[in-house]
Ligand binder design. Structure first.
Ligand SMILES: N[C@@H](CCC(=O)N[C@@H](CS)C(=O)NCC(=O)O)C(=O)O
Length: 237
């Protein structure tokens, strides 16, 4: 019995967190039966989602989740890929997760208009009296994290230009293929699909999103992934 702990649909996406969307996509790719639980954030072993519980064993972090599915359930997400393709896929994934991700965090959490249209909703369940304090604390924490990463030491236009470069590189690599390495999706497509979708979050306005919208192949890639893995998903405003 597999339970995947995620945030649940929000911000016009099957999950507002690209890491949760990646893990959900991996589960869909695996074909294994699973339940998505959206109430487990308080028990997240590393304070972050996604995490997975498989027969009592807890695995936190989307990459460890993938490795667990491969090792414990014999899923080969990269079937048919060469070692060079696997290495390239890994590099693309880690660029998106450890670099591009922060451009999304900046746009969603630190740009007031975006925050008010989007992430502010995550706090609707917090009692009104303490809500402003909690919101201020979480936004301060996000600012500190972006700075600690290093990318947050740049000006916003500089930061955006770096993230645009990442996504244009993904677009150039994808070219006219349906998935990163051809007609069949591989493990890295779960990540690329999740992060491209995340930056296309309908509630945020950012030059990063504008740049992605100019790349027809990335727009089609998101649409293709949604249709394949989340056909039941209907975005709500
Ligand atoms: N390396 C982790 C990153 C997970 C992550 O950063 N999750 C974020 C959501 S995108 C989270 O749970 N943040 C909650 C918090 O930091 O309070 C993975 O691959 O799963």
């Amino acid at each position: 019995m597999i339970t995947l702990h995620v945030f649940g649909p929000g911000l016009g996406l099957p999950d507002p967190s690209p890491f949760c969307l990646k893990a959900l996509t991996l589960m869909k790719m695996s074909g294994l039966p699973f339940t998505a639980d959206t109430k487990g954030f308080g028990k997240a072993p590393k304070g972050k989602q996604p995490y997975l519980v498989d027969d009592g064993k807890m695995i936190a972090d989307s990459t460890f989740i993938r490795w667990h599915l491969e090792q414990a359930h014999g899923i080969d997400f990269d079937r048919g890929l060469t070692l060079a393709q696997k290495a390239t896929g890994w590099a693309i994934e880690k660029m998106l997760e450890d670099h591009t991700y922060w451009g999304g965090v900046d746009a969603r959490w630190l740009v007031d208009d975006n925050f008010n249209r989007g992430s502010r909703r995550f706090f609707d369940a917090v009692p009104a009296l303490i809500r402003p304090l909690v919101i201020a604390m979480v936004r301060r924490r996000q600012r500190a994290r972006i700075k600690a990463h290093g990318i947050g030491l740049h000006t916003r236009p500089e930061l955006e230009s770096l993230c645009i470069h990442d996504l244009e590189a993904v677009s150039d690599f994808l070219g006219d293929k349906p998935f990163l390495f051809g007609d069949t999706p591989c493990g890295s497509d779960a990540t690329a699909f999740a992060f491209v979708s995340g930056i296309l979050c309908p509630m945020i306005t950012t030059p990063i999103r504008d740049a992605v919208e100019k790349r027809a192949n990335l727009m089609a890639y998101k649409k293709r992934g949604l249709k394949r893995w989340f056909p039941e998903f209907e975005p709500k405003a």
